[in-house]
Design a protein around this ligand. Structure first.
Ligand code: H2U
Ligand code: ZN
Length: 346
């Protein structure tokens, strides 16, 4: 069955993906991506994220030593846009106001160190910064959801190589969370157990798609993965947010992040581009026993450092489609060293 075209159901979004394993061998004469320069300075005087440097509007960054969080100077959401948006009364022209605010979080003062190159305490620091700031934002009265995400690499539209992430807090739930809330709530209603807790247990029984796991978290290429080397990192217990994690859970999550991102970089021996983000439960003050904290890694590369997967044509007009199976993808990632290629002894 796995070598012939088939559809797989994404239990978390309620959507389907078309899998065409036989197609992976087709020749490629299409676009080849440019590689970003590999060696960056530890400090770049022209970088608006490096310590002590000037940002837009003449603000200077502090001489920070760990992580650094600041309000995005070009935020996509504003706290007080309500009065500006005219309400529409026509059912075919619906708009509603949206409010919120956005942070940028630098991982460290180092301009040149991405997540896999940071040591475990530094990765824990990044996780704790995300946890604290998303909890603080979620506690604001008008905020009902906080999205933590990292866009890594120019290929993903990241505008600055200094390793950083963003937090967008908003008053209404975004599309992906609406879908995941519906599927997890429904599953919990029927089974009285969280969907992702059951899913991870079943994946551990099958052992076909696990990339790495420890006591508290598992990284796997999900059964329903859309992107070639997509990874889902999920907690083993029901958990609504990063803030709920104990110290040992935070350490465990840092270890999983280091494992995943190191293998990513080792795959093509480049700084591997991706969009990554956490899905936390809505910050609505309600209990969320159905929710299991998880992160999605969506990397665009397919065959090499320069050939990416495009979500075009059939994907845009019909549904997502993939060539290599999740089982083949995880096997490739699993076979790689967990020592970063830059740190390997020659
Ligand atoms: P991305 O490259 O991942 O988009 O993140 C950079 C963010 O930094 C971007 O959202 C913000 C941009 O708005 N930024 C500032 O807040 N201040 C600046 O001086 C430049 C960029
Ligand atoms: Zn910098």
């Amino acid at each position: 069955m796995l070598d012939t075209p088939h559809r797989r159901y994404n239990a978390l979004t309620g959507e389907w993906v078309l899998v065409s394993p036989h197609r992976a061998k087709r020749p490629w004469l299409g676009q080849v991506e440019k590689l970003s320069p590999e060696t960056l300075p530890a400090y770049d005087p022209t970088c608006y994220l490096c310590p002590r440097n000037e940002r837009a509007g003449g603000i200077f960054n502090p001489d920070y030593v760990n992580t650094f969080a600041f309000e995005n100077d070009f935020a996509a959401l504003l706290p007080d846009s309500v009065d500006e948006v005219p309400a529409s009364s026509h059912p075919l022209f619906v708009s509603v106001p949206e409010t919120g605010h956005c942070l940028v979080v630098c991982f460290s003062p180092r301009h040149d160190l991405t997540l896999p190159e940071l040591d475990l305490p530094a990765i824990e620091n990044v996780l704790s910064t995300w946890a604290q700031n998303s909890a603080d934002m979620g506690n604001e009265d008008y905020i009902h959801y906080v999205q933590v995400f990292e866009n890594k690499g120019a290929m993903m539209g990241c505008s600055n190589p200094h390793p950083h992430s963003q937090l967008w807090a908003q008053s209404q739930l975004p599309n992906e969370i609406i879908k995941e809330l519906a599927t997890q709530t429904e599953y919990f209603k029927i089974n009285n157990r969280p969907l992702l807790v059951d899913y991870v247990k079943e994946e551990h029984k099958r052992k076909e798609r696990i990339l790495f796991s420890n006591d508290h978290f598992t990284a796997l290429v999900p059964y329903w993965a859309v992107w070639p080397f997509e990874v889902l990192v999920t907690a083993h217990r029901p958990s609504a947010s990063l803030k709920e994690l104990s110290a040992s859970e935070t350490s465990a999550l840092a270890e999983v992040f280091k494992q995943v991102t190191t293998r990513y970089d080792n795959l093509f021996e480049i700084s591997f581009p991706y969009s990554m983000g956490f899905h936390q439960a809505p910050a609505d003050g309600q209990p969320h026993p159905e929710w299991v904290l998880h992160a999605h890694f969506y990397p665009p590369l397919l065959r090499s450092a320069t050939v990416r997967k495009f979500m075009v044509g059939y994907e845009m007009l019909a549904m997502p489609q993939r060539d290599i199976t999740p089982e083949v993808a995880v096997e490739r990632l699993r076979s790689l060293s967990d020592v970063h290629y830059k740190h390997r002894e020659k």
